[in-house]
Design a protein around this ligand. Structure first.
Ligand SMILES: Nc1ncnc2c1ncn2[C@@H]1O[C@H](COP(=O)(O)OP(=O)(O)O)[C@@H](O)[C@H]1O
Ligand SMILES: [Mg+2]
Length: 269
């Protein structure tokens, strides 16, 4: 479905300042690719380059094929048509993804009507249906709320529903749970998994959190300083990582878990 070859992203038009070098991976239908890496390793730049969301000051080279079409050579108009309907993106920060001036219902209806010829009433009805299908309740009153009236976790879940409503073939979720608490994190992950099962949507799940990635991904790519340092099945990456840095990430995580368990067992101070 998605095939990325030698993707390079630089700033200022010259390759002298690469932010992402030589990233290659492919994603099959119904599969989830996890992109793992610490902050600043190039995960968001990679996703935004794939989805054509980088400003013009960035230079992008390589090949990005989506269902046989070359995304990098498309005009902005062609890309816009593809975005949302075929490729949906869930952003890291829910607050900036919504317009504070309009109700969530209004924004959802506008987005749906941009891609489908439905009346406002039909579009609202469709969105309410999707919200219920991801286990949200009191849906009608949710639709009449403005973004600032809801928690980050709630907005994140609504953003997942927004990504779903157009039944895209691919969802790119860039750290979709970073801004939210642990309970809402689990909800968002559950919803993404539900979507995969229900609609067979492919997923790119970006995170710096090893346990989240190991939970949801079939394959994992590890990034470090703009480079792809490991790529393989989730099992392979977590049991036989090729790169020392991946091993370091896994070991650090395990040490943390062990310390946490020991602290819990020793009881309150
Ligand atoms: N708009 C930008 N202008 C300049 N540098 C940027 C910009 N966005 C990202 N970068 C740089 O690109 C690198 C990768 O960033 P990013 O992809 O956001 O990391 P991640 O998502 O893995 O935390 C970082 O060094 C970051 O400072
Ligand atoms: Mg990022």
């Amino acid at each position: 479905m998605l095939d990325v070859q030698n993707l390079c992203v630089g700033l200022g038009g010259a390759s002298s300042n690469p932010l992402v070098s030589d990233v290659s991976f492919s994603l099959k239908e119904d599969q989830c690719l996890g992109i793992l890496g610490e902050s600043g390793s190039g995960k968001s730049v990679t996703c935004n380059a794939i989805n054509g969301l980088l400003p013009e000051s960035f230079s992008v080279s390589g090949q990005v094929q989506f269902e046989g079409q070359d995304l990098l050579s498309m005009t902005p108009k062609q890309r816009n048509a593809l975005r949302g309907k075929n490729i949906a993106m869930i952003m890291q920060s829910p607050m900036t993804a919504f317009n504070p001036l309009f109700t969530l219902g209004h924004q959802a209806v506008e987005t749906i009507r941009h891609h489908q010829s439905l009346s406002k009433k039909e579009a609202r009805h469709l969105f309410a249906h999707v919200l219920r299908s991801v286990n949200l309740t009191s849906v009608e009153s949710l639709l009449d709320k403005y973004p600032h009236q809801l928690s980050g976790g709630m907005l994140q879940r609504i953003m997942v529903a927004m990504a779903l409503v157009l039944e895209p073939k691919l969802i790119i979720a860039d750290e979709p749970t970073t801004a939210i608490d642990y309970i809402s994190q689990r909800e968002v992950i559950k919803e993404l998994q539900l979507v995969r099962e229900k609609f067979g949507t492919s997923l790119i799940f970006v995170s710096h959190d090893l346990s989240l990635v190991s939970h949801i991904a079939d394959e994992v790519m590890v990034m470090h300083q703009g480079q792809m340092i490991d790529y393989g099945s989730t099992r392979q990456i977590f049991t036989q990582p090729k790169s020392d840095h991946t091993r370091y990430l896994i070991e650090t995580r395990m040490t943390l878990i062990k310390r946490f368990k020991a602290a819990m067992e020793s009881g309150p101070c």
